[in-house]
Design a protein around this ligand. Structure first.
Ligand code: SF4
Length: 246
């Protein structure tokens, strides 16, 4: 099963071969606001949204507060008596950096070769025993991201801005949404200046680690990860952005 990590309330489906292939409804959750809001929505509407389990793709480069959000999922799933699973990529992000260098906007191996490996593991594990239907936390104003999954937030006509207002005052997010709108990974090549400033203010060791990796990439590959060299970005963060972080 690769690096699939189940928890003790997974016992119910441990003997997967004994199950008949059937339709199953799983929520795929990140540690972010949209996933958490979607999960609460599903819990509040059990007749409309059948739920067989919850899966989180656990990445080494998630913000530390994501663990606290996942603890909530674990607790709620335990109460409901349904499985909660965490799956990690079979390859470490750090090994990926050694192999391909720091991910860039155009070379986002962190998505294709790293994060999506979790979904591949899950689908391989379940392919002979279930038709999986995924609940994914895309909003009504994110139709460009839709594929063939089920989008409860869109079905209920909820937009990203509605959830952002709610998330600003949810303590488990560690003030992230008071300052930032989008949540990617800590070392995301798509991160904005304010997101980097948040990382620097709240998790300075992680910020330094990111800068070291980016600098190494710039020196070795003679290319930029962001729109300017990391030293310049760091100066701009100190001068302008860090004071905007709440
Ligand atoms: S959020 Fe950013 S760092 Fe994380 S997988 Fe996606 S592109 Fe990569």
């Amino acid at each position: 099963m690769g690096r699939v990590v189940g928890f003790y309330f997974m016992k119910g489906i441990k003997n997967m071969n004994e199950l008949e292939k059937k339709d199953m409804y799983w929520a795929s959750v990140s540690g972010g606001k949209d996933s958490l809001f979607m999960f609460r929505l599903i819990l509040d509407n059990p007749e409309k949204y059948k739920l067989n389990g919850v899966v989180h793709f656990k990445l080494e480069i998630d913000f530390p507060w994501v663990d606290d959000v996942c603890a909530l999922y674990k607790e709620w799933c335990q109460k409901l008596g349904i499985p909660y699973i965490e799956i990690s990529p079979r390859m470490s992000w750090y090994d990926g950096v050694k192999r391909w260098g720091f991910p860039t906007r155009l070379g986002r191996w962190c998505n294709s070769n790293y994060k999506l490996d979790c979904r591949r593991q899950f689908e391989k594990t379940f392919k002979d025993i279930a038709n999986i239907h995924w609940y994914v936390g895309f909003c009504a104003d994110e139709t460009h991201r839709f594929k063939n999954d089920i989008y409860p937030l869109a079905i209920e006509n909820i937009n990203e801005s509605d959830i952002l207002e709610w998330a600003k005052n949810v303590p488990v997010f560690n003030n992230y949404y008071k300052t930032c709108k989008r949540q990617g990974c800590m070392f995301c090549p798509l991160s904005s200046m304010i997101e980097k400033a948040y990382l620097k203010k709240y998790y300075p060791d992680k910020y330094k680690e990111m800068c070291d990796y980016v600098k190494d990439f710039e020196n070795k590959k003679h290319k930029l990860v962001y729109h300017a060299p990391i030293d310049v970005i760091n100066e701009r963060i100190d001068k302008k952005w860090i004071k905007r972080v709440i």
